[in-house]
Design a protein around this ligand. Sequence first.
Ligand SMILES: [Zn+2]
Ligand SMILES: [Zn+2]
Length: 403
Amino acid sequence: MMQIKCNCEVGHHEIPVKTIEVSEHAIEKVADILKEYKRIFFVTDENCYKVAGKRVEELLSEAGILSHTLVLPSPALPNAENIGKVLIEAGRDREVYDINAFSYNPDYILGVGGGSINDTCRIVSYRLGLEYGIVGTAPSMDGYASVVAPLLNGKAKIVYTCSIARHIIIDLNVNAEAPMPLLLSGLGDMMGKYVALLDWEISHYLNNEYYCGTVRDMVMDATNAVVEAGPKLGDRDIETIRRVSEGLILSGECMAYTGTSRPASGTEHMIGQTWEVFDVKEGKVPNLHGIEVGEGTYAAIELFRKFYRESDDEPVKKIVEPYLPLFDKLEELQKIVQLPFTVTDKKRFVDAIIAGRTFRVRYTLLQYLYDHGKLEEYADAVYDTVMEKYFYRTFKEQFPDWE
Ligand SMILES: [Zn+2]
Ligand SMILES: [Zn+2]
């Protein structure tokens, strides 16, 4: 059980996470961390089996706590087919068939992989009432400690309530070798937190929405640490990978602590996730979450800057003001990291800002602008600024072989 004390109306938050291990060679500790379990069902995909899964399997097997292994074909999207495979393979038949008995179930599910494997294991864990954990192979998004999973069900991407991981194990040496698009995605997902926190503060002020200052400060500190180290991401610097990994896990934890994704998701996610929805509706595989959130963050920054320049709403401007130097830091970071963009078409860009307002029920700057009759004008105006200031190349140009 992890917990924090704070001064919000709740006063104290807790989540049933037992272990978060982020360290070099963390994989070697897996059997020790999971020693309370006896029959672990181990799920991974082909790529992750090579980079980490094989070693995890060996260690669990040596310790006598491995039930069996399922290796899904790569890339293993969190879709109904893969979730179905995990469900079918979760139980083992008994040696002697017994018409009165059910299959012999594991006592734990361990995923080795990134966001897709985590989401796939998490929904099965929740449905079967089995605890689960994840050995993360790439710091690409903040879902390791999340309580929901966005799953592909037919042509729709639907967010399902799930269980939270009991153990999160991040081997920094493995994560530092993750494909560069995944590392950039993790950075993009973290960059967005400034915008998320600002939206949360504004909604707290305008709508008296629930808010926890302690959680806000935790995410702020973690984001600062990531932005400061960000320039070394391209070198696969271990300390940078540590900060990104820890920041992403902490963001997930903070969502779980507060029971809302407010600490981790605001205007930038509403825009980025709307692009994902456009892709899903068109039958395409969505781009990496954090890459779209990163681009969405630059759109959000420019919306906030324009608001600050032009609005006479002094109380809200006062809330925005301390964030302006942080936005400057993100602007500087982009000159070094040059996060690629997925959306460069003006209509698609502008449409997502307008449609993003209703991506979910959440008061953000998009709703504020809409209520003041300014959303369309702002969406149209920031496109040129974002492309001029932040665009270097498209994701496809930088990573032509990425599926
Ligand atoms: Zn609190
Ligand atoms: Zn995210």
